[in-house]
Design a binder for this molecule. Structure first.
Ligand code: PMP
Length: 436
């Protein structure tokens, strides 16, 4: 039902104004605020399958999918039922559960390099812990990250980060100490020569290289063939660890994440989030058992969480991974190709410079000609054209991620009807992108 407020003002505008009075920017996470595209964000009242519904009653085909977790679509009945069942048995115990053990087994069977698994609540915690572990294991302080990669908002990892940091055009974050920033070395993505130089100069200071398995937070930028394997060789030669961040790619691009597509090398530590919790707050850190054994209570590296391994989150994760069979991945792969083709057709027909960049079934659209191999390339796009495109899609009932630096997320619930609505919206949005 269409809800109007005061007869004139949209209910959403009123809510956003109120939200900004009581919540910074009106949002609990920055990109949600539409800062780079302008306008009032959709305040979601409910979601089901491939759709979200705003508080004003408008329905959208959702290409955000909670920024990745909703691999099966929103509110999959079996996942919701698993959570309801778990809820009826208690919301949080602060004690070990059988379901955590079961989920650890599922993770291990899909991603064998995760010999042991520790559950946390957010991707930020997973990568933060991985770095602490790497520093403890090596006795070294420095870490290397790549420009445009996002690993959450811990101090060590905000330098030249992707996601909202990229969307806002920030070099990093205020409030990070010089010492913390000084221990983070940033290298251009896909630039092995630069990385070799860094290791030649400072190799004995470097505890770890952390990389997104396939970056998707500066838009999607695939690793060049052999890049991740080369990271493995280089880190091993210098006694540093390799941390592969699969928070976004894990259990989304294949049953075994990016490592399931681009194997042949073994990272020391790997991080998970998003799909692993099926929409509930759950993330994990996994890796070599000898390293994982450094975690408390076995070893000296402290890490803990009141809500870690939360039974509702664990239930959602187990149900999601149980349902995420080969057919689900085949569907998402096929829908991704279908949408890429439709977007390319529409943008080409409207003469909008663009480059569709993929990594497995992940893709994003850069509003510039390709190739896009790193963050500098990603930044050199026409963000104003994206903003026009975004709003035209939204007006037609399709919700894209509100940033030119994000992957577009599909789910197995995006059926012919939902895809049809997207395809119908594209030509008009492409024309809007073309005309400033
Ligand atoms: N790593 C990657 C690759 C991510 O995409 C994200 C979130 N977008 C994170 C870490 C941080 O996860 P969270 O938002 O759950 O803290």
């Amino acid at each position: 039902a269409e809800v109007t407020h005061n007869g004139t003002e949209n209910v959403t505008d009123d809510l956003f104004a109120h939200a900004r009075e009581v919540i910074p920017g009106g949002v609990s996470s920055p990109v949600r605020g539409y800062g780079s595209v302008g306008g009032t964000p959709v305040f979601v009242a409910s979601a089901s399958g491939p759709y979200t519904t705003g508080v004003d009653g408008r329905e959208y085909v959702d290409l955000v999918c909670s920024w990745g977790p909703a691999l099966l679509g929103h509110a999959h009945p079996e996942v919701v039922e698993a959570v309801q069942d778990a809820a009826s048995r208690g919301l949080s115990f602060g004690a070990p559960t059988a379901a955590e053990v079961e989920l650890a087994d599922v993770v291990r069977s899909r991603v064998p390099v995760a010999e042991q698994v520790r559950f946390v609540s957010t991707g930020t915690e997973a990568t933060m812990t991985a770095i602490r572990l790497a520093r403890a294991a090596t006795g070294r302080d420095a870490i290397v990250k790549f420009a445009g990669c996002y690993h959450g908002h811990s101090d060590a990892l905000l330098a030249e980060a992707g996601s909202g940091v990229a969307t806002q055009g920030l070099p990093g974050s205020a409030g990070v100490t010089k010492a913390a920033a000084g221990d983070t070395i940033v290298v251009g993505y896909n630039d092995l020569d630069a990385l070799e130089r860094v290791f030649a100069e400072a190799g004995d200071r470097i505890a770890a290289v952390i990389t997104e398995a396939a970056p998707a937070n500066m838009g999607v930028v695939a690793p060049q063939p052999g890049f991740n394997a080369a990271l493995r060789d280089l880190t091993a030669r210098h006694g540093a660890l390799l941390i592969v961040d699969e928070v976004l790619t894990g259990f989304r691009v294949s049953p075994g994440g990016w490592l399931g597509l681009d194997g042949g090398y073994a990272p020391d530590l790997v991080t998970f989030g998003k799909v692993i919790g099926g929409g509930m707050p759950l993330a994990a850190l996994g890796g070599r058992a000898d390293l994982m054994q450094l975690l408390a209570p076995v070893g000296p590296v402290y890490q803990a969480g009141t809500l870690s391994g939360n039974p509702l989150a664990t239930a959602a994760g187990l149900a999601t991974l149980r349902l995420a069979d080969d057919a689900v991945y085949a569907t998402v792969d096929a829908r991704s190709l279908e949408l890429q083709a439709a977007v390319a057709d529409a943008l080409t027909a409207a003469s909008v410079p663009h480059h569709i960049s993929t990594a497995g079934n992940l893709f994003s659209v850069f509003f510039r000609e390709g190739p896009v191999a790193n963050y500098a390339d990603a930044k050199a796009q026409d963000q104003a054209a994206f903003a026009r495109f975004f709003h035209a899609m939204l007006d037609s009932g399709v919700a894209l991620p509100p940033s030119a630096f994000e992957a577009w997320f599909l789910s197995a619930a995006h059926d012919d009807v939902a895809m049809g609505r997207i395809v119908e919206a594209l030509p008009g949005a492409a024309r809007a992108a073309a005309h400033s």
